[in-house]
Design a protein around this ligand. Structure first.
Ligand code: NAI
Length: 288
């Protein structure tokens, strides 16, 4: 095995790793030598309820396969709980090299019918939860000049999806977080990327038809995430992964059109085709 694709000596925290995608990420990190902290609140898809049993089951699986893991039942929305998660990681394994912000919930409704509490809660888990976990490991990673952080975004955030205004807003929010952290972490070798997965999990079992789900095992996403956690990881990339297929999504821009000599509504309207022509659009230069 290529040593750069091996995680021996590294410690990883995976949030929401009691099932679905997070469980696959945790199992594969452990298979490749990492010590893994399996975090999961253990609630329902809408975030209600909770117990540490889900995380403990994954830890048992890892240990039975000869790997190293511990369980943590904190909610990523609880700042004190997140600090305790990182302390527990350092006490058990002495370091933290990798953070996969994966924990997530859904509270889908059309925006017209959506309660603001459901908007707030979804943003709390996905965006603030990712920020809290990242903030807790950030000084450690800067200090040791090594860190790999994965945000979990979604095609819903990148492109939109009916009934997911709260989720889409939160999921594009983590891309904004990544875009700044890729710059702030660059000189200390802390690389921050985002994953936009599609996978058959309890989250999608009622949203995607069964014949598509059959081809979308979460284990067909995890190899891409492992690359984003590896020594060779890029930084600031949005990796889409679904059913063993991978691509990169980008925010692009076209050339500026200078209307300063005649900056009026009429001139914007008259030039709209040029302003909005994305045929030669490019992403901004990458950090590395
Ligand atoms: P899942 O429901 O199987 O996994 C999410 C896990 O997060 C659950 O085990 C849950 O207990 C845990 N969790 C929820 N709130 C938590 C909290 N406050 N603190 C700690 N853990 C918490 O769903 P899935 O599909 O594996 O989702 C994983 C991530 O991938 C989520 O961020 C989701 O939004 C994202 N995603 C999934 C897609 C898919 O097609 N399955 C599509 C796009 C994004």
């Amino acid at each position: 095995m290529d040593t750069k694709l091996n995680f021996t000596g590294k410690t990883a925290i995976v949030t929401g790793a009691g099932g679905g995608l997070g469980r696959e990420h945790a199992l594969e990190l452990a298979r490749r030598g990492a010590s893994v902290v399996v975090n999961d609140l253990g609630g329902a898809v809408d975030g209600s309820g909770g117990s540490s049993a889900a995380a403990e089951r994954v830890v048992d699986e890892i240990r039975q396969a000869g790997g190293k893991a511990i369980a943590n039942g904190s909610s990523v929305t609880d700042v004190k709980g997140v600090e305790a998660l990182v302390k527990q990681t350092l006490d058990a394994f002495g370091r933290v090299d990798i953070l996969i912000n994966n924990a997530g919930i859904l509270r889908d409704k059309s925006f017209k019918k959506m309660e603001l509490d459901d908007f707030r809660f979804v943003v709390d888990v996905h965006l603030l939860g990712s920020a809290y976990c990242t903030k807790a490991v950030w000084p450690i990673m800067l200090e040791q000049n090594y860190g790999r952080i994965v945000m979990t975004t979604s095609p819903s955030g990148l492109f939109g999806n009916f009934g997911q205004a709260n989720y889409g807003a939160a999921k594009l929010g983590v891309v904004g977080l990544m875009n700044t952290l890729k710059i702030e972490g660059a000189k200390n070798n802390v690389r921050v990327n985002a994953l936009a997965p599609v996978a058959a999990t309890r989250m999608t079992e009622r949203l995607i038809p069964q014949e598509r789900l059959d081809k979308l095992g979460p284990q067909l996403v995890t190899p891409g995430v492992m690359y984003l956690c590896s020594e060779q990881a890029p930084t600031g990339v949005i990796l889409q992964a679904a059913g063993g297929r991978f691509n990169v999504a980008e925010i692009v821009e076209n050339a500026w059109l200078d209307l300063s000599e005649d900056c009026t509504l009429e001139s914007v309207a008259a030039n709209w085709d040029k302003i909005s022509d994305l045929s030669a659009a490019k992403p901004r230069r990458r950090v590395t």
